[in-house]
Design a protein around this ligand. Structure first.
Ligand code: BG6
Length: 511
């Protein structure tokens, strides 16, 4: 396979890659996020020799546990299918140390400092990456204590933070204000893990590296864009956290809006972090706040066969909660490229399948020689089974004069069968090690997206008469969904015989 390389200017070249003398401190090391994502990602980087030379990993959390117990947790989500990988895990855990301490006491952070200094003894620099895998309640306190007690005297510091970044515009600004005196924007890496997904990282290349997409990427050719997130499971066990946020704050205001901005942005001047993020912010600033009439919300009930529980059956969910577990919203961008094109964002839990995709539906071809010929669609499937395919019309092979809906299909596991797709967290932690901010959320970006969502969120929070529509666990969502999407111009194409990735040639259209 031949491949061209993204030219210089890719990545944030003004920043420094931490190649050695670096310690990564994972705060919240006993929690779920650290166990499921952070440690496996760090192991992935270790396996591929991407961690800085001599890198140590310090886990910090309130839970009291000994080294063995900590290592057991670190390993618990790491698979070792082969002997060499098992051996790499041994060298990985040799790098890991645990310190237990409180999140609001100087003595605890001083104790952490002692451990860090022991590790760093004899090194000319002490670079530190603080990874905050923490609940929002302790976020500010920890960041302040880190600054006071653990800010490196002779090295570079990076602070990786995880959502939620507030609950609306005001709380997000408050959080931002609390970080500002201690940490520069350059030091902060706000993770939105969707930005680390392989297909999301491909969006800029697809759009700006292919002339034929560029030519049609506007309101003259595109009818509507749908960005969809579906999960086949409910809140099982996470109801307490989820109920405080709901699907709009949990997935839409961050992950889906990130996809939207990359799809809609203008060509950046370069691939540098600031040029990319400037363009993303411009898109958000051209978007009006969401109008409540452009929204439907839902909450899952029991599955049709009664085997799966309703959201309200979850013991961790407050009784009578009106929290949306599904939302569909039509958003608009008031600029020359996109004015009038609906961007329909849909996100839901406990649906019929797992899927994240972007579906760009083109306008009808000029009528006359065809009757009801399906529209072209470009589908970018983020997960699972990464793929890019274009639904297009073709002549049915043979002696007939009929058209058939088919596709041009780039399915990764067929085309790139010998390549491993890295986990999003692996790729993002590596970016932070390299000092590349391109795939992290900038403060003004966050502000601009909360501005769009906050009025809707307040309206839903403050009006008890607004109740989500019920949909069965395992279904496609509230029954009105199809009417909702078609009211924004989406034409569902139900040509029998076509369903990506399967093709049969039953009942094609006549020319
Ligand atoms: C998280 C949300 O940010 O993203 C979860 O809090 C959601 O509710 C998850 O399940 C989805 O991530 P992924 O990578 O599994 O699609």
């Amino acid at each position: 396979m031949s491949a061209s390389v993204i030219p210089a200017g890719a990545g944030d070249t003004s920043s420094t890659e931490l190649k050695e003398h670096t310690t990564i401190v994972v705060l919240g090391a006993s929690g779920d996020l650290a166990k499921k994502k952070t440690f496996p990602a760090l192991f992935g980087l270790h396996r591929n020799n991407y961690l800085p030379k001599d890198c140590k990993i310090v886990g910090y959390a309130r839970t009291k546990m000994d080294h063995e117990e900590f290592i057991k947790r670190v390993k618990s989500n790491i698979k070792t299918p082969t002997k060499p990988i098992e051996e790499q895990l041994v060298t990985f855990v040799d790098k890991c140390i645990y310190v237990s301490g409180q999140y609001d006491q100087d003595e605890s952070f001083q104790n952490l400092e002692n451990t860090l200094q022991k590790i760093e003894a004899g090194r000319p620099n002490n670079h530190r990456i603080f990874y905050m895998a923490l609940p929002p309640s302790v976020f500010i306190s920890v960041s302040q204590h880190l600054k006071k007690n653990n800010y490196p005297k002779n090295g570079i510091v990076r602070l990786i933070v995880e959502k939620p970044f507030g609950k609306d515009l005001d709380s997000s600004r408050k959080l931002q204000k609390a970080l500002e005196p201690d940490w520069t924007e350059e030091e902060i890496y706000r993770i939105d893990h969707y930005l680390g997904k392989e297909m999301v990282k491909n969006l800029l290349i697809l759009r700006f590296g292919n002339e034929f997409f560029g030519a049609t990427w506007n309101r003259h050719h595109i009818s509507n864009v749908q960005i969809t997130f579906k999960e086949p499971f409910g809140t099982e066990g996470r109801g307490g956290y989820f109920d405080e946020f709901g699907i709009i704050r949990d997935v839409m205001q961050n992950h889906l809006i990130q996809l939207l901005t990359i799809i809609a942005m203008e060509r950046p001047l370069s691939f540098s972090a600031e040029d990319i993020r400037d363009e993303k912010v411009r898109v958000l600033r051209a978007m009006p706040q969401i109008a409540t009439e452009n929204v439907i919300i839902g909450q899952y009930g029991k599955s049709e066969d009664g085997s799966k529980p309703a959201y309200l059956d979850d013991d961790t969910v407050p009784k009578g909660s009106r929290c949306p577990t599904f939302c569909a919203v039509a958003m608009f961008i008031k600029n020359e490229r996109w004015d009038g094109v609906p961007f329909i964002l849909k996100a839901g839990k406990a649906l019929n399948e797992q899927k994240a995709e972007i579906r760009i539906q083109f306008k009808d071809v000029t009528s006359g020689i065809f009757k009801d010929i399906p529209r072209n669609e470009l589908v970018i499937r983020v997960q699972p089974d990464e793929a890019v395919y274009i639904k297009m019309n073709s002549k049915l092979p043979g002696l007939s004069t009929q058209t058939v809906l088919t596709d041009l299909d780039l399915t990764y596991k067929r085309r790139f069968s010998d390549l491993k797709i890295p986990e999003a967290y692996e790729s993002l932690i590596l970016d932070a090690i390299k000092g590349d901010h391109s795939n992290f959320v900038r403060d003004d970006e966050l502000d601009a997206s909360w501005r769009i969502f906050s009025p809707l969120l307040h309206y839903l929070d403050e009006n008890p008469e607004v109740v989500p529509m019920s949909y069965p666990y395992g279904s496609r969502g509230p029954p009105v969904l199809d009417d909702f999407t078609s009211s924004y111009g989406y034409k569902f194409n139900d040509q029998v015989g076509y369903q990506w990735p399967v093709q049969s040639t039953e009942l094609p259209h006549k020319l």
